[in-house]
Design a protein around this ligand. Structure first.
Ligand code: CU
Ligand code: ZN
Length: 186
């Protein structure tokens, strides 16, 4: 009898153990699949705020450990304009519903090349004499995953140049266009 009981206990133990193991490998597989099928491209269409005629499109494309940013914006005054990812992906007439700069790490405001900066600090976009601006840059702070993910956040173009240092937002003035970062077909 004690031997039979012992065998029975061993059997139950084995079943529980193998069930736990297969559950674990299943969730690990799901996790890997999730990363494999992760976001590789995102797009924000910028819509003019009240009294502005600024509009454009910003494309974010994953390229290894960085994200390539390509922006085409029109309706600007010639010169530099602050260009950021803001906390909220919400357009409003004055652009203020997009909140402050996206800053999940609690860093100070800075320029795109600074080591410590808001994740959303993409610096400036420069418009030519016709008011058109294009930008191509590779950024290692922006991300499509985790706490630094820009998916669902806002992209904002400003009236004035970002001085890349003044807290909290580089003194870039009014918000001329706001877009929402959405997942795009790769
Ligand atoms: Cu901004
Ligand atoms: Zn900032």
């Amino acid at each position: 009898m004690p031997i039979k009981k012992c065998i029975a206990a061993l059997g139950v133990g084995l079943i529980v153990c193998s069930a736990a193991l297969s559950f674990r490998s299943l969730s690990a597989a799901q996790h890997e699949k999730g990363e494999e099928a992760g976001v590789s491209k995102a797009v924000a269409h910028l819509l003019a705020t009240s009294g502005s005629s600024v509009k454009g499109k910003v494309t974010f494309t994953k390229d290894g450990s960085t994200i390539h940013v390509h922006a085409e914006i029109s309706g600007l005054t010639p010169g530099e304009h602050g260009f950021h990812v803001h906390e909220y992906g919400v357009w409003s007439e004055d652009g203020m519903a997009s909140g402050g700069h996206f800053n999940p790490t609690g860093a100070p405001h800075a320029g795109p090349d600074a080591k410590k900066r808001h994740v959303g600090d993409m610096g400036n976009i420069a418009a030519n004499a016709n008011g058109n601006a294009t930008l191509d840059m590779d950024d290692s702070h922006l991300s499509f995953h985790g706490a630094n993910s820009i998916i669902g956040r806002g992209v904002v173009v400003h009236e004035k140049a970002d001085d890349l240092k003044s807290a909290p937002a580089g003194n870039a003035g009014a918000r001329l266009a706001v877009g929402v970062v959405g997942i795009a077909k790769p």
